[in-house]
Design a protein around this ligand. Structure first.
Ligand SMILES: Cc1ncc(C[n+]2csc(CCOP(=O)(O)OP(=O)(O)O)c2C)c(N)n1
Ligand code: SF4
Length: 299
């Protein structure tokens, strides 16, 4: 009998930490499966990539991946990742966190990371609520959904995340749901090979809080909802990506500048070379675009 082939994802997981803390039917595990598959298919070495998460149910992702992974404070995954990437430009750095972490407490960091076109891949698992703390309203909770803090229904306008990321300057923007596992895996694989600030939103069910409180059934019902209500369209206008309550969901790739916008480091290098001329030390080490500040490389 031939041996059972090894699951390609297994080597990327800290299986000794399983089972995970996630509830049955939670979509976060599906996103991790897609991410790990994309990494395995991409062929990146485990020591070439680091994952940074904030706090929340999604924030736990970092702890289950067998990579250099960092579980940082709430909302601060992007600043942490920024420091990591600037200090070690050869490392691929992925930020993986929830909609609350990245767009509420961490919202300011998100718009500035995109504005600067920092060379980071940012994966936002959007379950439309604060999962870990009991299902409060987030900037993405659609009106008039029930949350623990809006028992009579949400009434605040929401963020359209693809539009927010794109208008802040992201080089690559896409959205899928946890139903679209093949497309999501392909998108993550592609985004890993791009440069600049790449933002992927993944709509994901929180059956324990969001679905239950809104009487929307089980996780399987949400998969049906995603299948029946998603509209796949590439390069749609991001203003069309507004998410209503039980409305259609526009999915696909919205922005792919394909390296045409300079990253923060490239802009830094160009500016300093222009001003400092020969005094600007360009480090032509293993990473071609690696740069040093004025005078740092002088003997
Ligand atoms: C400074 C700070 N404020 C508040 C909290 C409490 N807190 C922990 S997780 C969380 C929300 C997480 O929601 P989200 O990012 O959407 O992730 P999910 O749990 O839904 O995956 C909050 C408010 C905290 N840990 N630190
Ligand atoms: S509370 Fe919601 S988001 Fe958190 S693990 Fe459970 S189902 Fe997932």
């Amino acid at each position: 009998m031939s041996p059972t082939p090894e699951n390609p994802v297994r080597k990327l997981l800290r299986t000794e930490r399983m089972p995970s803390i996630w509830c049955p039917g939670c979509g976060i595990g599906t996103t991790v499966n897609c991410f790990a598959r994309a990494l395995a298919e991409n062929g990146k070495r485990q020591d070439e990539l680091a994952v940074v998460s904030g706090i929340g149910c999604t924030g736990r992702v970092a702890g289950y991946l067998d990579l250099d992974s960092f579980h940082t404070t709430h909302g601060r995954a992007l600043p942490f990742a920024t420091g990591l990437k600037l200090a070690n430009p050869k490392l691929d750095v992925v930020v993986y966190s929830g909609d609350g972490d990245l767009t509420a407490i961490g919202g300011n960091h998100l718009i500035h990371a995109a504005r600067r076109n920092l060379d980071l891949l940012c994966i936002c698992v959007n379950n439309l609520t604060y999962g870990m703390t009991g299902g409060q309203l987030t900037p993405t909770t659609p009106q008039p959904a029930i949350a623990s803090t809006t028992p009579y229904g949400a009434f605040e306008p929401t963020f359209n995340l693809p539009r927010l990321a794109a208008s802040s300057g992201a080089s690559y923007v896409a959205r899928w749901t946890t139903f679209h596992v093949r497309q999501l895996t392909k998108t993550i694989r592609e985004a890993l090979d791009r440069k600049g600030f790449r933002f992927i939103e993944i709509l994901s069910p929180c059956p324990t809080l969001f679905l239950r409180r809104n009487r929307l059934g089980e996780a399987i019902d949400e998969m049906r909802f995603y299948r029946e209500n998603s509209v796949i369209k590439n390069f749609a206008e991001t203003r069309e990506a507004e998410l209503g309550y039980r409305d259609s969901i526009l999915v696909g790739k919205f922005v792919d500048l394909d390296r045409s916008r300079p990253t923060w480091r490239e802009a830094y290098a160009a500016r300093h070379a222009e001003v400092l001329g020969d005094r600007f030390i360009r480090w032509t080490g293993p990473a071609e675009d690696e740069v040093r500040g004025p005078g740092e490389g002088e003997a």
